[in-house]
Design a protein around this ligand. Structure first.
Ligand code: 4AD
Ligand code: MG
Length: 436
C-alpha cells in the first residue's frame, strides 16, 4: 500500500484530495468488468465511491483479483482522486493498488427480495444503504436525547431489566424463569424511577423495554427502546413542555447532523427543519373527540381509548405533533391520578406524531393516593403485597412528581418517514420473529 492513512469515502467525495493519491477501504457495492477494466463501487460506513481499475496501472495479480472479487468482498485500495461529473458524488478513484482482504461468496441478497427473506438475512441486510442511513439517524436521536436531559441537569438512572411487577398491564408481560422463581422483563423504567427521584430529583434513561404485543402492526415491537424521564416537583404541564422541547431538539440535531442520510431515505429535510422550530399544540382527549366529530364525521363514545385509525384521523388536521391530555381515568394505568378539575379524566398525556405515525410519547403525573392505587390494582387481579415498596414512596416524604416515556423507534420511524418500525432497529423482535 502507498499509504496506510485511511480516508473515509465521504472525505474523498468532498473533493479536497482531488489530484492526490488516497487509500480507502471497504466493501464492494457494485462491480462490472469488461476486458482490461473493472468498474467497482466501493462502500464504507460514510458513503460510496466509484473506482476504476485498469490493467497496467497496478500489478497484474492485483488486477485479476479485483476482477474476480464479488459483491461484498472486502477491499483495501489506493489510487488517484479524479473529478468526474458522471460519477456518483462527482469524484472517482483511479486505482494504483488493490488488495482483496476477503473474497466474498455469492451474496444471498439480490434484487426484489421479500421483506421476510430480508429479515432472515438481517445480519447481512444491515449493510443496505437505507438501513445504514436509518441506523445513523437512530444514533443521532439517542445521542441527542442524552444531551437534552444532561444539559438540563437530569441524571442518568438505571432500573433493573428483571422486575417482579407489571407497570403497563399484565397482558403484555414476558415471563422469565428466575432460579426457582419467576420474574418479568421490564415493561417500563418508571416505577423504579419513581424511587430514584427522591434521591436525584431529575432523572432519565434510554433502555430496552419488552412487551408481548400479540398483534402485528407497523408500530409495535416486542423489544424496543424507551427514553423515559421522571422528575420530582413537576406537574403535567411541566412535563408536556419538556416533551415538546425534547422532540424539537432531537429533530433539530438530525437536521444538522444527518442531511446525507435523510437524502438517502428521500425524507424532505425542510419538513423536519420546520418541525424543529414549530409550536406544538396541546388539546384534551375530549377536544380530540370533537375534532373527530366535527371535522371527520367520526363518532367515538366518550370513555373509549383512541385506536390507531382515530389517532391517524385526528392527525390529518395537524402538521406538527399534538399533545393530548386528560384521557378517561377508567382506561388508564393504575398510577395515573384523577384531575381534581375533571375527576373522570386523568392527569396524563400522549404525544401524537403527524404523517400517520401515531403515539410517540405516553406520560402522566403520578398518583400519591395509596388507597386508590391499591383498589385499581386489586381490580386488575394484582397482588397488593408486591407493590408495598412502591407505596412506601408515598409514605416517606411524598412529593408531586411526573414523567413520560418516548418510543425511540417510533420517533426514528417518523423522522425517517419509514414504512415500518422494523426499519429503525438493527434486529427487530416481533410476534413472529426473534431470529437471527
Ligand atoms: O405509553 P406507554 O405504555 O407508557 C409507559 O410505559 C410509561 N410507563 C412511560 C412513563 O411514563 N415513564 O409507552 C411509552 C411509549 C409509547 O408512547 C410508544 O412510543 C412506545 O413507548 N411504545 C412502543 N414502541 C414500540 N413497540 C411497542 N410495543 C411499544 N409500546 C410502547
Ligand atoms: Mg401509551
Amino acid at each position: 500500500m502507498v499509504s496506510t492513512s485511511w480516508r473515509r469515502i465521504k472525505e474523498v467525495l468532498a473533493g479536497i484530495s482531488a489530484g492526490t493519491i488516497v487509500s480507502v477501504r471497504g466493501w464492494v457495492y457494485r462491480t462490472r468488468s469488461s476486458g482490461n477494466i473493472v468498474f467497482m463501487t466501493l462502500r464504507d460506513a460514510s458513503g460510496v465511491i466509484q473506482v476504476t481499475i485498469k490493467k497496467g496501472n497496478l500489478p497484474d495479480p492485483q488486477f485479476e483479483a479485483a476482477k474476480t472479487a464479488l459483491i461484498e468482498s472486502s477491499v483495501e485500495l489506493s489510487g488517484e482522486v479524479k473529478e468526474d461529473p458522471r460519477a456518483p458524488g462527482g469524484y472517482e478513484i483511479l486505482a494504483r493498488s488493490v488488495q482483496v482482504v476477503n473474497f466474498a461468496e455469492p451474496f444471498p441478497i439480490t434484487k426484489d427480495q421479500s421483506p421476510e427473506f430480508l429479515l432472515d438475512q438481517r445480519h447481512l441486510w444491515l449493510r443496505s444503504r437505507k438501513l445504514t442511513a436509518a441506523l445513523k439517524i437512530r444514533s443521532t436521536v439517542v445521542g441527542a436525547i442524552h444531551q437534552f436531559f444532561r444539559d438540563r441537569g437530569f441524571y442518568e438512572f438505571d432500573a433493573p431489566v428483571l422486575q417482579p411487577n407489571q407497570c403497563e398491564g399484565g397482558s403484555t408481560l414476558f415471563e422469565v424463569k428466575y432460579y426457582q422463581d419467576k420474574t418479568y422483563l421490564s415493561q417500563s423504567w418508571q416505577l423504579y424511577a419513581e424511587a430514584g427521584v427522591f434521591a436525584l430529583e431529575k432523572i432519565y434513561n434510554v433502555g430496552p423495554t419488552f412487551r408481548a404485543e400479540k398483534s402485528k402492526t407497523s408500530r409495535h415491537l416486542s423489544e424496543f427502546w424507551m427514553a423515559e424521564m421522571e422528575a420530582a416537583w413537576m406537574d403535567l404541564h411541566d412535563i408536556t413542555e419538556i416533551a415538546k422541547d425534547e422532540v424539537r431538539f432531537v429533530i433539530g440535531q438530525v437536521v444538522e447532523k444527518n442531511p446525507d442520510d435523510l437524502a438517502v431515505l428521500e425524507r424532505d429535510i425542510e419538513t423536519l427543519r420546520k418541525l424543529s422550530k414549530a409550536k406544538y399544540p396541546t388539546i384534551t382527549y375530549t377536544e380530540a373527540l370533537e375534532v373527530l366529530r366535527t371535522k371527520a364525521g367520526m363518532e367515538v363514545d366518550w370513555g373509549k381509548d383512541l385506536r390507531t385509525v382515530e389517532e391517524d384521523t385526528i392527525m390529518k388536521f395537524f402538521e406538527t405533533p399534538v399533545v393530548v391530555t386528560n384521557y378517561p381515568l377508567e382506561i388508564m394505568a393504575f398510577y395515573k391520578p384523577p384531575d381534581p378539575k375533571d375527576p373522570k379524566t386523568a392527569l396524563c398525556f400522549d404525544m401524537l406524531a403527524p404523517e400517520a405515525y401515531g403515539e410517540i410519547i405516553g406520560g402522566s403525573q403520578r398518583s400519591t393516593d395509596i388507597a386508590q392505587m391499591s383498589e385499581r390494582l386489586r381490580q386488575m387481579g394484582e397482588k397488593i403485597e408486591n407493590y408495598q415498596w412502591y407505596f412506601d414512596l408515598r409514605r416517606y416524604g411524598s412529593v408531586p412528581h411526573a414523567g413520560y416515556g418516548l418510543g425511540v423507534e417510533r420517533l426514528v420511524a417518523w423522522i425517517c418517514h419509514a414504512e415500518n418500525i422494523k426499519d429503525t432497529i438493527p434486529f427487530p423482535r416481533t410476534l413472529l420473529r426473534f431470529r437471527p
